[in-house]
Design a protein around this ligand. Structure first.
Ligand SMILES: [Zn+2]
Ligand SMILES: [Zn+2]
Length: 616
């Protein structure tokens, strides 16, 4: 029996070589990664990191560190450090992108906090959206499970999510309400209610000796035609007397002019469309737009229609709302999908997931006829009550095409005469209103891509703020308010900020090796060569085996393969000549180099080359 040379784990060898040859592509943006080990099951063990030498803030200094959400939309997290106390706000997640194939999701880098665990007094969460709570289970575990504070619905949503991680410690949750006051360490903290697409969204006021630090979390104004409602004015009224030292706020919609469309207009639009429809109505919406979903159920009840909930996240979220006591559907309003044919079509409204064209979401399955319990028919109306998240345009187009083939009527956001969707974030006029209302001394724009933060800075300056009082951060920037609250500065050191990628059961900021391999595999495929060497003579025992996937069609490239085999033979036999014992690692490296070079010359492609040597 041939034995695998020198190492008991074939995957170990393969992974190493894949890195070695992989590193040739793309040149200098790839750091050498000596010291990273790959274990047999392919999880990465990162070398012990250097201890961070960022000193603690001196007395009288307030430190603010945006750890995520300021170079992207998603994975929001900010730390506030005063004296011996650290308060963390939100721990979001971000979904994978084209740059991170195969990754489940990304969470903020928590290294700075991990090194200062015993100073963390609390995690405070503004609301229950995944870009604010998605990282909670893994982040809390890494930063020592500090007490968690938020409003009731948000706490229930976090608990529900935690159930997916039974191996982790239970959350230490504390419910606060919008008028609660808590003292954590030496810091007094208050809250206020904000309007967003999910109930129980709240802003945070952190008191300091020089004034308060304020963040509203995600918000838009409850207003009609620019007139802010009385209740909303009341929520924000305390700012008239508040001395705001620093405002940190959302930049998501900073490029949109005017005020955000109020949700009430969407409710009116949906109400009208539902009344007009004389067949079944299927509404696909973000499962996170809880306010809208609950409103649709209310509309159905007012018209004597039945509601079917289809899709796991919609069902779960509505259950949580019921549990929180904010959603009380009448008995019999919500019916199981199995009963869809027991009522006339004009009595049925189906709420579904999948408006982004996700293939396996409920609407996607209906569209491509793989839904087991529902078949579309002419007369059905489908309302896509959501915007298209950038990057999903093609999937949504496929979805619409597939739906159209069923002869149904589709009403979508851009083409509808009625309002069927509104964003949950404030536009420019909402943003200006907030700045005027809070009249902060200093300002840090957060939540958005860099260009959005800069735009937000310009808006603040157009309202009269001095550029010196505004800092546009990157993830990990360490910002300090110094001189007894008189100046805001950015330190030259940065907190570690590389994204932590969650890939199956492993988490790390060093997984770019794996990601890089996936990108290469996706681009140019792989090329595996297996050679059997006689360890006593250094000669090949037989012609090498070659396996390729996604690279070239082997049957039509016999000449190329022939040359590859000659290079393998020559490389191995030259490399082992006069050697005893044979240095298999060296031969493998040379072999990978030679074959990579040759394949690139012949095909202009750079597949992942994986040499496997067997010795007998
Ligand atoms: Zn939100
Ligand atoms: Zn958000």
């Amino acid at each position: 029996m041939p034995k695998l040379e020198q190492n008991p784990s074939p995957s170990l060898k393969a992974s190493r070589s894949s890195y070695q040859y992989g590193s040739k592509k793309g040149g200098n943006n790839r750091r050498p990664r000596t010291g990273t080990q790959v274990t047999p099951n392919n999880t990465l063990l990162t070398p012990k990191k250097k201890v961070n030498i960022i000193p603690p803030p001196e007395s009288g200094i307030i430190r603010i560190i945006p750890l995520g959400g300021v170079e992207e939309i998603g994975k929001n997290m900010t730390a506030i450090e005063i004296g011996d106390d650290i308060i963390v706000i939100d721990a979001g997640m971000q979904f994978k992108t084209e740059d991170t194939p195969g990754i489940d999701y990304i969470i903020p880098n928590t290294t700075y906090l991990e090194e200062r665990k015993d100073k963390i007094r609390a995690m405070i969460v503004t609301h229950g959206h995944l870009d604010h709570i998605g990282g909670i289970p893994l982040v809390m575990n890494r930063i020592g499970n500090p007490p968690l504070y938020s409003r009731n619905l948000t706490i229930l949503m976090m608990r529900k999510r935690q159930e997916e991680f039974p191996q982790l410690q239970a959350l230490n949750t504390n419910i606060v309400e919008k008028d609660s006051v808590v003292t954590l360490g030496n810091i007094r903290i208050r809250f206020f209610g904000v309007t967003h697409t999910v109930p129980d969204s709240m802003g945070i006021v952190i008191e300091t000796p020089f004034g308060s630090i304020v963040t509203p979390g995600d918000y838009k104004l409850d207003q009609i035609d620019g007139k802010v409602t009385e209740e909303e004015e009341k929520e924000y009224a305390f700012f008239d007397k508040e001395k705001v030292l620093l405002l940190l706020t959302d930049s998501t919609n900073v490029e949109n002019e005017g005020f955000s469309l109020p949700e009430i207009k969407v409710h009116e639009g949906l109400d009208k469309l539902i009344k007009q429809g004389n067949g079944r109505i299927i509404i696909a919406a973000f499962s996170s737009h809880l306010t809208r979903l609950m409103k649709i159920v209310e509309i159905a009840e007012s018209l004597g229609k039945k509601i079917i909930l289809d899709g796991r996240s919609i069902k779960t979220n509505m259950e949580i709302c019921e549990q929180a006591g904010i959603f009380k559907p009448k008995k019999g309003t919500i019916i199981p999908i199995e009963d869809v044919d027991s009522y006339p079509p004009n009595k049925i409204i189906i709420l579904m997931t999948g408006a982004q064209g996700e293939e396996f979401a409920a609407l996607g399955r209906v569209a491509n006829k793989t839904h087991k319990k529902l078949t579309l028919k002419p007369g059905d109306t489908i309302i896509l009550s959501s915007s298209i998240v950038p990057g999903n345009e093609i999937s949504v187009q496929h979805l619409k095409d597939n739906l159209t083939r069923h002869g149904v009527r589709i009403i979508s956001y851009r083409t509808s005469e009625e309002y069927i969707h509104a964003t949950g974030h404030g536009n420019q006029e909402d943003i200006k209103w907030l700045h005027r209302k809070t009249h902060p001394k200093f300002f840090i724009p957060i939540h958005g891509w860099h260009s959005m933060l800069v735009k937000h800075k310009e808006i603040a300056m157009s309202l009269g703020m001095s550029g010196e009082n505004i800092i546009v951060p990157d993830n990990g920037s360490i910002i300090e308010i110094v001189d007894s609250g008189e100046r805001i500065v950015m330190r030259k050191e940065k907190a570690p900020s590389g994204p932590m990628m969650v890939d199956g059961f492993s988490i790390g900021d060093e997984q770019d090796v794996v990601i890089r391999d996936r990108v290469m595999l996706a681009q140019d495929g792989m090329f595996v060569l297996i050679a059997t060497i006689d360890s006593s003579t250094g000669k090949l025992r037989k012609s090498p085996d070659i396996i390729s996937r996604g690279f070239i069609y082997l049957k039509e490239n016999q000449e190329l393969l022939h040359q590859v085999r000659l290079i393998i033979k020559k490389t191995i036999e030259d490399g082992s000549k006069g050697m005893n014992p044979i240095n298999f690692d060296l031969i493998k490296t040379t072999l990978g180099d030679n074959i990579s070079k040759f394949l690139f010359q012949k095909t202009a492609k750079r597949p992942l080359v994986i040499p496997v040597l067997l010795s007998i």
